[in-house]
Design a protein around this ligand. Structure first.
Ligand code: NI
Length: 166
């Protein structure tokens, strides 16, 4: 297993649209294991493949910080089917370290998600998990959470970020 360096805000590779995952392979098993390891090492709830330079529709989520294997979720070519309600809370991203901003997300989200074997199922998530679904799927579409804010607020965040990482 290996921890991969995470690409950060401003890297053009984070802005690309990802391609669907095709046939599963031992290499993808390894990549998923590495992604979980990287997310936990960096104390993140999730990690999307584009954040470590793979532009494919693959992401991992672990809301237990490595404590409960049953809570590990692999998103493969996921699509949001429906959303309900609103939650307001702080959001952060391993690609924008040190920045946490309050962002509105749906409180409950239903996904269509693929298993490694190619079969599909519906996955429901609420609260933190719903937020993670939205956040990781945004990564697969080349979108970072700070892009939801208007230009003025985004500039303030950018200055704060630059100050933090001088
Ligand atoms: Ni992120």
């Amino acid at each position: 297993m290996a921890i991969h360096p995470v690409l950060t805000w401003g890297d053009p590779r984070l802005k690309r649209n990802s391609e669907d995952v095709g046939a599963w392979s031992p290499e993808l098993d390894q990549l998923v294991a590495d992604m979980f390891e990287t997310a936990i090492a960096e104390e993140g709830v999730g990690l999307a493949a584009p954040q470590i330079g793979f532009n494919i529709n693959l992401a991992v989520i672990d809301t237990s910080a490595g404590e409960d294997p049953a809570r590990k979720i692999i998103l493969i070519n996921p699509e949001i089917l429906r959303e309900e309600g609103i939650q307001r809370g702080p959001e952060g991203c391993l690609s924008i370290p040190g920045i946490h901003e309050v962002l509105e997300r749906p409180r409950q989200v239903w996904l269509k998600n693929r298993r490694p074997d190619g079969t599909w199922y519906e996955q429901e998530g609420e609260d933190l998990l719903a937020r993670a679904f939205c956040h990781e799927i945004d990564h697969l579409r080349g979108r970072l959470f700070v892009e939801y804010f208007g230009p003025v607020k985004r500039q303030v965040i950018q200055r704060k970020y630059q100050k933090l990482h001088k």
